[in-house]
Design a protein around this ligand. Structure first.
Ligand code: PLP
Length: 389
């Protein structure tokens, strides 16, 4: 007997990143700019809060929604950083990373066949998560000449009769794209006009550079009641392994998401929640120090890539650059495979994030400067060898 697999799951393609990294892992001495997670360990005071939780024997379940104290910290943090107030006890849900929050929101909102728009190139999980929630992924391709920001006119054109929701992620993985408040306001107006729910993945919002500020779509008129604000501690606080995220939304939707969370996950870990309280209440200085380091690395990597003839914008957010490699005459995958095989440097082909990522590769600067310097030297050699071949 062959074990049955549900049709909609069988049809989900494997992640392009995963395929590529299986090759990387089978090789030794690779310098990797492929990983999307901070190279920093979680700041000590945050780790200490979890150790203290264990010492006090705090090892049980929490409320399904998350510790009330953490929900208050989240509410205060979101008010201070994003300017929007959520009721801690009814409008906040603590989740296992933003990943779980996205999944819950989609499953709570969608009926089978409902359409969800998202902008590509994007994080690899969006389309599969929509499919797993029985929705229909609806792509809006963004353009290099717009620095991969989303145009309100493209959004409006992409809306179909079955479209229910729009997923946004600014600053964006993999392009580092950010939105001007003016264009974001126009996006908000389109969402109100067409009655769309917005899932706003804010995971990189603290990693905004050059003293710039990030404006969430939720702050525009008519948006709070239709937005699911999704955020977590993985990136800014260097807490990927803790799996701490949260969702803020109107109470009836949080209640619906909580039902799914309650029956599938129960709650996020209590020691992780204690650590998250410490991070949100006292982590500002650590985040600022990591942001300054990322900004310094970004400046280095952007100028190195441009010097070697790869056109590269300076991203205003995230910890990724998305240089153009078309001048080499290779496709994204050919470029990445050639670089890996000949110089032992791993970058991710832009096509892993959607068709319109062709002609680009993603390089992460969540890697130490020394590693970045080695990678840049090898990549410059590779590009000059390609040009003289
Ligand atoms: N959203 C985006 C855009 C990401 O890039 C990632 C991870 O790379 C996630 C969500 C997952 O975040 P978490 O670790 O909070 O589940």
């Amino acid at each position: 007997m062959s074990i049955p697999i549900a049709d909609h799951i069988r049809e989900i393609p494997r992640s392009g990143i995963r395929d590529f990294f299986e090759i990387v892992q089978s090789m030794e001495d690779v310098v990797s700019l492929g990983i999307g997670e901070p190279d920093f360990a979680t700041p000590w005071h945050i780790r200490e809060a979890a150790i203290f939780a264990l010492e006090r024997g705090r090892t049980g379940y929490t409320s399904n929604l998350g510790l009330p104290r953490l929900r208050r910290s989240i509410s205060t943090y979101v008010k201070e950083h994003f300017g929007i107030r959520y009721e801690p006890l009814s409008e906040v849900l603590v989740t296992v990373g933003v990943s779980e929050a996205i999944d819950l929101a989609l499953r709570a909102i969608l009926n089978p066949g409902d359409g969800v728009l998202y902008h590509e190139p994007c994080y690899v999980s969006y389309a599969p998560t929509i499919v797993m929630a029985r929705g229909e992924p609806q792509v809006i391709q963004t353009r290099d000449e717009d620095a991969f920001a989303l145009r309100a006119s493209d959004l409006e054109k992409a809306i179909r009769p079955n479209t229910r929701a729009l997923m946004l992620n600014f600053p964006t993985n993999p392009t580092g794209a950010t939105m001007s408040p003016e264009e974001m306001e126009k996006i908000a107006a389109v969402c109100v006009k067409h009655n769309l729910v917005v899932l706003s993945d804010e995971i990189y919002s603290e990693l905004t550079f050059d003293g710039g500020t990030h404006t969430s779509i939720v702050t525009f008129p008519g948006m709070k009641e239709r937005t699911v604000f999704l955020h977590g501690l993985s990136k800014a606080f260097a807490m990927t392994g803790w799996r701490m995220g949260f969702a803020c939304a109107p109470a009836p939707l949080i209640e619906a998401m909580m039902k799914i969370h309650q029956y599938s996950i129960l709650c996020a870990s209590i020691m992780g929640q204690d650590a998250a309280i410490e991070a949100l209440e006292h982590g500002e200085t650590s985040v600022a120090a990591m942001r300054a380091e990322y900004q310094m690395r970004r400046n280095y990597i952007v100028s190195s890539l441009n010097e070697m003839g790869l056109d590269c914008r300076s991203p205003r957010g995230s910890f990724y650059v998305f240089p153009k490699i078309t001048s080499t005459g290779l496709s994204s995958r050919e470029f990445s495979m050639g670089l890996l095989n000949s110089k032992m440097v791993a970058v991710v082909p832009g096509t892993a994030f959607g068709k319109c990522g062709e002609g680009h590769v993603r390089c992460s600067f969540a890697t130490g400067l020394e590693q970045i310097k080695v990678a840049m030297t090898r990549m410059a050699e590779y590009c000059s060898e390609l040009r003289s071949a």
